[in-house]
Design a binder for this molecule. Structure first.
Ligand code: BG6
Length: 492
């Protein structure tokens, strides 16, 4: 039931993180190196150049593996959740979280990705995390793959373009579904569409080792392999955990036509459709016709196994999760137009929208539009798995952090979700705002880009006490959850 002054009963309020951005303990108790552990902070981060931030070469990996000085490899440290999980989950519970979106680091369970049996110490770590969540009645929502596959799968197999990864991934999925058969909510791949935008963190692919035409083929093949792996994971999860709900996840790149010129409107449709196509495959169980035409035009012939189509067809997802941070515009002729910044995508700037210090456009209405679009297209329950404001926070001498800018951002997005539910009839399961505790930025490897309700005393280079502090937004979100959204809706 939707309440006029609140969210539906049972709405899953919470926060989201990913293992590689928080755990640290990168080589502890058998954990292997992952693609995240070789990504380096590039000083003087250029927010306009996400390619520079995200591209990793073989030389970068070699340098990373030799590095004695780990200062620049912030994801190896994270916020040391590995040793602070009890305290951190207690803080989530204090805010009243109903759900916590987290991921399981593949390289903690299968350090090289291709072992026959899982690493017991790695499995034990998540036993403890789940036990702590259970203690507080927090439901886990687990992402199976969140930009953190074992590095060996790049070095030995070349990444997701290699079909062997399907088998290795499903082995990992089977191990975690057997062990954690009490977990009800799962997401297979984080932002599966991002493979084309950052092939290394999403697919373990070293893009500069391919000629452009060859790279295109590799990426399409990796995309197909991930689709098959995702469908197979869905099947395994449902078979091993009766009642489990498995979702796909999309980076929702909400577009607007830059003008009402028909050419711009057409471009907007095409951009939108391209973004949707990644969820289309996982919801409808097959490639949409326009994608097949596109592949044919580009000379792509997917290498398919005899069972691939069947696996994809028979295992559609139960819900559609997505991240939403910003919108951008589409134009037939973008050359002269100013662009936005972003972590994986640079769209055309919308002159009506403000932006964050990292150049991301702020658009709560775009979240409402996204919810309507996705619900009208799929008719499945939706989950806002990521949303939030990356900002530089100041820790005052009194130990307080006054982050009213974050509260403003979140409040407007929460209002937009409520309108989508109560006025537009969208079925929304829950909301896990991104980086509920400060963590290392996926794209820039900075600590100074903070999303959390909880401040972590650490800088970009690993200095700091790691002490946790409650920001103003912590108490604000606590009240939002306690009133099931009503307190946010009442605010001006
Ligand atoms: C999403 C990713 O795209 O954006 C997260 O799933 C990431 O892993 C988040 O952290 C915010 O991006 P960034 O680059 O600010 O960390």
């Amino acid at each position: 039931m939707v309440q006029a002054n609140g969210f539906p009963e049972g709405f899953l309020w919470g926060g989201a993180t990913a293992a590689n951005q928080i755990e640290g303990a990168c080589q502890v108790e058998g954990k292997g190196m992952s693609v995240a552990d070789v990504q380096r902070l590039k000083p003087e981060v250029n927010v306009e150049d996400y390619k520079r931030n995200n591209t990793v070469t073989r030389a970068d990996i070699e340098e990373a593996l030799k590095a004695e000085e780990e200062t620049l490899y912030a994801k190896r440290r994270g916020i040391d959740f590995y040793h602070h999980y009890k305290e951190d989950i207690a803080l989530f519970a204090e805010m009243g979280f109903k759900v916590y979106r987290m991921s399981i680091a593949w390289s903690r369970i299968f350090p090289n990705g291709d072992e026959e049996t899982p690493n017991e110490a790695g499995l034990k770590f998540y036993d403890q995390v789940f036990a702590q969540l259970k203690r507080y009645g927090i439901e886990p929502l687990v992402t199976m793959s969140h930009y953190e596959q074992p590095l060996n799968l790049t070095l030995k197999y070349g990444g997701w373009g290699n079909r062997q990864l399907i088998k290795l991934f499903t082995r990992f999925v089977e191990a975690i579904c057997i062990r954690y058969n009490h977990v009800k909510y799962w997401i297979t791949f984080n932002e599966i569409d991002s493979l084309f935008r950052h092939p290394f963190s999403s697919g373990g692919i070293l893009e500069d080792e391919y000629q452009p035409e060859r790279l295109k083929k590799e990426l399409y093949q990796a995309m197909h392999n991930q689709f098959v792996a995702s469908a197979a994971a869905t099947e395994i999860c449902r078979r091993l955990i009766p009642g489990a709900k498995v979702g796909c996840m999309l980076t929702k790149l909400t577009f607007y036509p830059f003008t009402c010129k028909p050419e711009d409107v057409l471009k907007y449709y095409l951009d939108n459709r391209k973004n949707f196509s990644f969820a289309d495959v996982q919801v409808f169980g097959e490639y949409p016709e326009f994608m097949k035409i596109q592949m044919e035009k580009e000379g792509i012939t997917l290498q398919k196994g005899p069972e691939d189509d069947k696996i994809m067809r028979e295992n559609p997802v139960d819900f559609v999760a997505f991240s939403y941070y910003q919108s951008s515009c589409s134009a037939a002729n973008p050359t002269e137009l100013e662009k936005t910044a972003g972590n994986t995508h640079r769209g055309i700037k919308n002159p009506y929208l403000p932006k964050t210090a990292w150049g991301w456009q702020i658009d709560p209405t775009g979240l409402r539009i996204s919810l309507i679009e996705l619900y009208d297209r799929y008719g499945l329950p939706l989950f806002v798995a990521e949303n939030g404001l990356g900002a530089e926070d100041v820790l005052g001498p009194d130990g307080k952090i006054h982050d009213e800018y974050r509260i403003n951002y979140l409040r407007e997005h929460i209002k937009a979700m409520h309108q989508a539910i109560s006025e537009d009839g969208v079925d929304l399961m829950g909301y896990t705002s991104w980086g509920c505790i400060d963590l290392v930025s996926a794209s820039t490897n900075q600590m100074s880009k903070r999303y959390g309700y909880i401040y972590v005393d650490a800088d970009d280079y690993g200095h700091g006490s790691l002490k946790r502090y409650r920001k103003d937004s912590f108490y604000w979100y606590q009240k939002v959850i306690r009133t099931n959204g009503a307190s946010a809706l009442e605010e001006e």
